[in-house]
Design a binder for this molecule. Structure first.
Ligand code: GLN
Length: 304
């Protein structure tokens, strides 16, 4: 597959979308980013890589971190995890509280905010140094020890995070949070603030894409069946209430974040990270999604 020439076309054709969408300014610190940034990085099974634009510039991964925390919690709790969080698409915005109330505090899946807050609570209960352990896990996956939290972003979200605070209190009222709400929110904002570039993201998802043999999940113990399940949730819920649209247009499992990043992968072939900060109304990167749609269309490859 001639990925280089496909990428040239992806770059050109997706450019028209760079003026569409808005930066996530509900987290004030995120609005400092240059909205015109665009980066893309592909890591293939035979250890080749291809890149475009600002692929080495770090950005806030936000909800992409929910895959890492789910992986850690799943390895700690095994199947018991599904007593506290479901695996169905929500069909609702990532921060919706409505469904949580009428479903008695059991979030639909681990990739909407209430689900991720429950996962955060599980990690706080089971780990002595949750923040350090998370960073070590991500650094090992990405093979890069420079990865860190952005404390300004974490603080900025804490100051304005009334919506997430209401979610965690609703969960606690239903008995699905065991630690103090403030501690859950603090760890949650830290995990969202992790800063990575497209290269580090593509690298860190290569085990999920089964690009690495032998099977190795860094410091976390997951078997192939568990990884299959995490990937299934990425396909069905990785893009909130736009997950169906993403499967329809792109045809890959993946995860987005309101920092404008998207990670996606074709199992046994490649992982691909793209970053463009302007988002659509559902919180997904406009140009990022278009670039991935073009990429799978032009390459003729997808999981379907
Ligand atoms: N930190 C963000 C929030 O809780 C993450 C949301 C996202 O990336 N979709 O609102």
């Amino acid at each position: 597959m001639d990925y280089s020439s496909i990428l040239e076309q992806v770059f050109k054709e997706s450019k028209a979308y760079s003026s569409v969408g808005k930066i996530a300014n509900y987290i004030p610190e995120l609005s400092n980013i240059n909205p015109d940034k665009f980066g893309l990085y592909i890591q293939t099974k035979d250890n080749q890589h291809f890149e475009l634009g600002d692929s080495l510039e770090p950005f806030s991964i936000q909800s992409i971190s929910k895959v890492f925390t789910l992986s850690m919690a799943f390895s700690l709790l095994g199947e018991n995890i599904w007593k506290r969080v479901g695996v169905e698409p929500s069909g609702s915005p990532f921060n919706s509280i409505v469904q949580l109330e009428y479903e008695n505090g059991i979030p639909r899946n681990p990739f909407i905010n209430p689900g991720a807050l429950v996962i955060t609570d599980i990690l706080l209960t089971h780990l002595n140094n949750p923040k350090t352990d998370l960073l070590l896990f991500v650094r090992k996956l990405a093979q890069d020890d420079s990865i860190n939290f952005d404390l300004n972003i974490a603080q900025s979200e804490k100051e304005t995070g009334h919506h997430n605070a209401s979610l965690v209190h609703m969960l606690k009222a239903h008995g699905n949070i065991n630690n103090p709400c403030e501690e859950v929110l603090d760890f949650y904002y830290h995990q969202c603030s992790i800063v990575m570039n497209c290269k580090q993201l593509a690298q860190s998802f290569s085990p999920y894409a089964s690009l690495i043999e032998p099977f190795d999940f860094a410091s976390v113990e997951l078997n192939k069946s568990q990884v299959k399940r995490i990937n299934a949730i990425m396909l069905s819920s990785g893009f909130y209430d736009e997950s169906g649209e993403f499967a329809f247009k792109v045809g890959l499992p993946g995860k987005s974040g309101v920092g404008g990043g998207i990670i996606a992968f074709l199992p046994h072939e490649y992982s691909i990270a793209v970053w463009s900060p302007k988002l659509n109304k559902k919180g997904n990167s406009v140009r990022g999604m278009k670039a991935l749609e073009l990429f799978t269309t032009l390459s003729g490859q997808s999981i379907f």
